[in-house]
Design a binder for this molecule. Structure first.
Ligand code: BTN
Length: 263
């Protein structure tokens, strides 16, 4: 094992849901630790949980601020899907997070394409799905979930502070992270089983029902391109369909979405 993972997990237990949990104090990134573990076993439903990450990773090579107090975890899975379907895992995970936060704390949650969960319009959770594939089939997938749970917003740079939030900030008190993790895994498990049973359409409908940006004027930054138009739909592969000002529909598979302020 590389140096970054030389720290031993301080707790390994199997939950009632059949997940094996590797619990660490500090890792660089739970996704990286999970990918190392995935290479050494053919098991799935392994959860790597860390109190803090020193090199937490966000999408598109960004850094993910991960001090003590958050829920930073990665799930190792071996779904029977093609690499192109990886977005499906991201979608069912954000639905599970949104549902868990809404049910446990009564907060209104929304999902934002492709991988965010928002509360009061600010990001509370991000998901990073990484796939290891051989030829055209998926060998393993690591779904990384970062929830700003008991996090003080002072941890974020002033430039980020308006765009992010935490459960502690929204509720005015700390939450029980163990209960949140348990409920999240339960809600995730239900959706993962539905996906394996071929119920993707229903899962996508659920995600769309929480996607309040649909029908709004948005801007998408995708590599060096900026597109503006109405967020028209999500297609069956999870791509965002934009209706441009000239009426044409364009699909976007990678990018960052922001709502456009109306004049
Ligand atoms: C994003 O919104 O850009 C994705 C953020 C994903 C963060 C989580 S925290 C647990 C897991 N380990 C990582 O290094 N990243 C993911």
């Amino acid at each position: 094992m590389s140096k970054q993972n030389s720290e031993k997990p301080y707790k390994i237990q199997t939950t009632a849901l059949g997940y094996k949990i590797y619990h660490y104090n500090n890792v660089y990134s739970t996704n990286d630790t999970a990918k190392e573990i995935a290479k050494k076993t053919s098991e799935e439903r392994i959860v790597v949980l860390a109190e803090a990450q020193t090199r937490g990773k966000g999408r598109l090579g960004r850094r993910w601020i991960s001090p003590k107090g958050g829920v930073w975890l990665s799930i190792i899975l071996r779904p029977r899907i093609t690499p192109i379907e990886a977005l499906k895992l991201t979608f069912i995970t954000s639905s599970a997070v949104a549902k868990t936060i809404k049910t446990m704390f009564g907060l209104m949650t929304e999902v934002k394409w492709p991988n965010d969960v928002l509360v009061n319009g600010r990001k509370i959770c991000g998901i990073l799905t990484e796939t290891s594939s051989k030829r055209k089939s998926v060998e393993s997938m690591v779904v990384g979930v970062g929830i700003n749970a008991n996090i003080d917003l002072e941890c974020f740079s002033p430039s980020l502070r308006d765009a992010v939030t935490s459960l502690q900030y929204e509720l005015g008190h700390k939450i029980k992270r163990k209960a949140l993790t348990r409920n999240l895994l339960r809600n995730f498990e239900h959706r993962y089983k539905c996906l394996q049973r071929g119920l993707w359409n229903a899962l996508l409908q659920e995600w769309k029902s929480m996607a309040t940006f649909l029908g709004e004027q948005v801007q998408i930054t995708s590599f060096d391109d900026v597109l503006a138009g109405e967020a028209w739909d999500i297609d069956e592969d999870g791509a965002l369909v934009i209706r441009l000002e000239n009426g044409t529909l364009e699909k976007v598979v990678v990018g960052d979405l922001t709502l456009r302020k109306q004049p």
